[in-house]
Design a protein around this ligand. Structure first.
Ligand SMILES: C[S@@+](CC[C@H](N)C(=O)[O-])C[C@H]1O[C@@H](n2cnc3c(N)ncnc32)[C@H](O)[C@@H]1O
Ligand code: SF4
Length: 284
């Protein structure tokens, strides 16, 4: 039984990308659409925060029916819309979404270099469309978070990505750096999940750049000790201060190294799926 609050409502199992790190479990039942009834049921079970996700939610033909259902049944609930952004400007999708008062657009952004973007998402020509969508969201003053999933291919570019974002998406307020969870496509996959220690200096450089440019930055799924002075920007640090019991502790493990760590009070340790790839003895 889950001991934490789950906000996620996956609304389909098809996608127009095939990200090498994808954690969307519906990958396994790709040929069976999720029945609308079951989506409605999930929505009614949620509190006042709902993450509409997928695979790619913009590929669900009933998307606006689903949003209408949310607004009808949960008027004041906060909606986070998770998308790779590629289809946001097609068929007036963004304009239509605006009507449902989306609280946060979370855009999956692998890298600003086209070759690296394509290597990660496997489908060509997605970067330009994603970036046009980001610019349009900013132009309309909507609440946006760019989500960078830190993996073996893009981690060396982290600070360059921040430089690029600062230059090209001027009014962007918030970035999230999510270390790849070793689930589904990334399950036991050391070609996709890097070692924490190899990414550390790039995380710190990127977070330093965010500070310089006044961009709010959150970090998730990496132990706090790898973030040096930036540990307060860890999502779990904030959650632990606010709502301790909601932390995803089931997925985490306290390792030998944590015993002498000053941050153990706030940190929620190593992910178990990471330790399956890089067992405790070789975590450093
Ligand atoms: C599974 S995606 C589905 C929604 C949409 N297709 C997208 O890419 O945003 C939902 C969110 O999970 C993130 N995500 C996917 N795989 C991940 C992984 N292995 N570790 C951490 N986050 C991941 C994506 O970047 C995205 O922000
Ligand atoms: S992360 Fe999102 S865009 Fe990438 S394959 Fe998974 S569902 Fe599709």
């Amino acid at each position: 039984m889950k001991k934490y609050i789950d906000y996620l409502v996956p609304i389909n199992n098809v996608c127009n990308q095939a990200c090498n790190f994808c954690s969307a479990e519906y990958r396994m039942i790709w040929n069976k659409p999720i029945p609308l009834k079951s989506i409605f049921k999930q929505i009614l079970e949620k509190d006042n925060y709902i993450q509409i996700s997928g695979w790619e939610p913009l590929l669900n033909r009933d998307l606006f029916k689903i949003l209408y259902f949310i607004r009808k049944n949960k008027k004041n609930c906060f909606i986070e819309f998770q998308t790779n952004g590629v289809l946001l400007l097609e068929n007036n999708n963004l304009k239509k979404l605006e009507k449902f008062n989306i609280w946060l657009y979370n855009i999956n952004y692998p890298c600003h270099i086209e070759k690296i973007n394509d290597e990660i998402v496997w489908i060509k020509c997605t970067l330009k469309k994603r970036e046009e969508a980001i610019k349009e969201i900013i132009k309309r003053w909507l609440n946006l978070r760019i989500n960078i999933i830190v993996n073996t291919i893009n981690y060396v570019y982290l600070w360059e990505i921040v430089e690029y974002i600062n230059k090209n998406f001027k009014q962007l307020e918030r970035i999230q750096f999510s270390f790849t969870k070793a689930m589904w496509a990334a399950n036991k996959n050391d070609e996709v999940v890097p070692k924490y220690k190899d990414t550390k200096k790039y995380f710190i450089e990127a977070l330093n750049k965010c500070k310089t440019y006044n961009i709010k930055a959150d970090v998730d799924h990496i132990p706090m000790c790898y973030l040096w002075d930036f540990y307060k920007q860890h999502v779990d640090y904030k959650k632990k201060l606010l709502w301790e019991k909601w932390i995803y502790l089931e997925e985490k493990k306290y390792v030998e190294k944590c015993k002498n760590c000053d941050m153990r009070k706030y940190c929620s340790w190593y992910r178990k799926d990471y330790l399956e790839i890089y067992p405790e003895k070789i975590y450093e």
